[in-house]
Design a protein around this ligand. Structure first.
Ligand code: FE2
Length: 487
């Protein structure tokens, strides 16, 4: 009898499970902490509570852990907690994994049939004075922003979709929250539920439409006039799942379809633009220019996950899986059914952010995790990890960057504005870096005014932090902190 995680790279080296809930008070740091950072930096990622039921399980199936760097009065504290999902609680009670493969309920123990499988492991967001953690196959879980205790789920009154994207968008002009649910009508269904809510907890719009096929729609795009859902050939298949196979497989015999709807539109308003088979994880921003709709997103030729099967059994090609910042344009005024593709940067990149004040609008600055392909590979880490924090100036096309160092892996950089009235893109990027060889992590604070100069402050953790996906910064003002009164 043994309790062991699988021996493959998804569970070893820098990807090794940590399963750590901890509080570390008064983190070491050097440099100067800018006043803009008064507040909390939250991150969300996967970490399996128990060894998985199957040895070929993979990274993204882990239980959600939310971590917090709390900046207050020149002090930085750290906290991490598992999100107490139904899955987490049932498995904690049993002291073993009861739920099986990634989004495949047919691989679960019969005793948990019908239970909520979501792990809430993908992103965190702040809405209407509350903090939430979410994964796209369930509802957001509400967290106490100080203790990180789980306090139920978010479901708007009247909401029909049981799923909520891990990439909700906020309209900075109207204050609306825009989200969607995929496979809304059931496992492997092609129904997409497009929803909007006002800034204070009221659902104002929910319209379902049927996509050309059921696929992983991990992120979407929003402008002032349109909402765009990219349907790409990472295809869900119920018969395959019933046989215990993968929820998604890459099928490049299919085209990419962009479903474009006017804001608050319904199924009858959907217009499709098509293009070659493509894969994208994340959108940087989107905006209207006359009759044209521009969508800036990361694009690769094939699925970015090496562990998802190919529908025809083709081998995964890491070169084709490299993703680049790309602009897709749909012209609503002409009759073309094709979108136009233009690569914006030659540097592999993903994990995008823009200044939230310019989301949905024409914008100048975008931020990303990027890869200097000439730097030596990080021992033990997948080839897809990033080693550079970068910003693109869309006005000049120039990329500013900071290489985080050898044997180091950087996670998604999160933008914090210098002040409420600072110009677009003026502020700081917060980026967690794992110093792999030293088995510890740092949080770098980089000034966007001179990214290449390196961090203005470095916060040091005595432990590594397992890779997370997405984070958010919430200011002390949003958290209701009183000025100058430390707790
Ligand atoms: Fe994501």
């Amino acid at each position: 009898m043994a309790v062991l995680f699988p021996a493959h790279p998804g569970f070893r080296g820098p990807m090794a499970p940590q399963r750590l809930e901890c509080d570390i008070f008064e983190l070491e740091y050097e440099g100067t902490l800018p006043p803009a950072l008064e507040g909390c930096f939250y991150r969300c990622g996967p970490d399996p509570q128990f060894p998985p039921k199957s040895t070929d399980d993979f990274f993204i199936n882990g239980d959600g852990v939310v971590s917090m760097f709390r900046f207050r009065d020149g002090h930085v504290d750290f906290r991490s907690r598992f999100v107490r999902t139904e899955k987490f609680e049932l498995e904690r009670q049993a002291r073993r994994a009861l739920f099986g493969g990634y989004r495949n309920p047919f691989t679960d123990d019969p005793e948990v049939h019908g239970a909520d499988r979501t792990t809430a492991n993908t992103s965190v967001f702040w809405y209407d004075g509350e903090l939430f953690a979410v994964k796209e196959d369930g509802l957001p879980h509400r967290l106490d922003p100080e203790t990180l205790e789980t306090r139920g789920k978010l479901r708007f009154e009247g909401q029909r979709t049981p799923h909520f994207t891990a990439h909700p968008k906020f309209d900075p002009v109207s204050g609306e929250l825009v989200f969607y649910g995929t496979e809304a009508g059931g496992l492997a269904s092609s129904d997409i539920a497009y929803c909007e809510a006002d800034g204070h907890g009221t659902l104002t719009h929910e319209a379902w439409f049927e996509a050309p096929y059921a696929s992983m729609v991990h992120d979407f795009a929003l402008t002032q006039k349109y909402v765009i859902f990219p349907v790409m050939p990472t295809v869900a298949d119920l018969p395959r799942m019933r046989k215990g196979g993968a929820h998604f497989a890459w099928d490049d015999g299919r085209e990419t379809w962009l479903a474009v709807l006017p804001r608050k539109g319904t199924a009858k308003d959907v217009r499709y633009f098509r293009g070659p088979a493509r894969w994208s994880f994340h959108t940087m921003n989107a905006f209207d220019e006359g009759s044209r709709v521009h969508i800036d997103l990361t694009v690769s030729e094939i699925n970015g996950f090496s562990y998802l099967p190919n529908a025809e059994g083709k081998a995964w090609d890491p070169e084709k899986a490299r993703s680049y910042l790309t602009r897709w344009t749909c012209d609503m005024a002409n009759d073309s059914e094709r979108f136009v593709e233009q690569r914006l940067s030659a540097m592999p990149s993903d994990f995008y952010k823009c200044d939230p004040r310019r989301a949905t609008l024409p914008y100048r600055w975008g931020f990303m995790a990027a890869k200097d392909p000439d730097a030596p590979r990080v021992p033990g880490a997948p080839d897809t990890v990033f080693n550079t924090v970068a910003a693109i100036d869309h006005q000049s096309g120039r990329v500013h960057s900071y290489f985080v160092g050898a044997a180091s892996v950087v996670q998604e950089p999160v933008f914090v504005q210098r002040s409420d009235d600072a110009p677009e893109g003026d502020g700081y990027l917060l980026a967690v870096v794992n110093r792999v060889a030293e088995k510890r992590a740092e949080l770098l604070v980089l000034d966007t005014a001179d990214l290449s100069a390196g961090p203005v402050a470095t916060v040091k953790l005595p432990i590594p932090l397992r890779m997370t996906f997405h984070g958010d910064f919430v200011s002390g003002a949003q958290l209701g902190w009183q000025d100058g009164k430390s707790e």
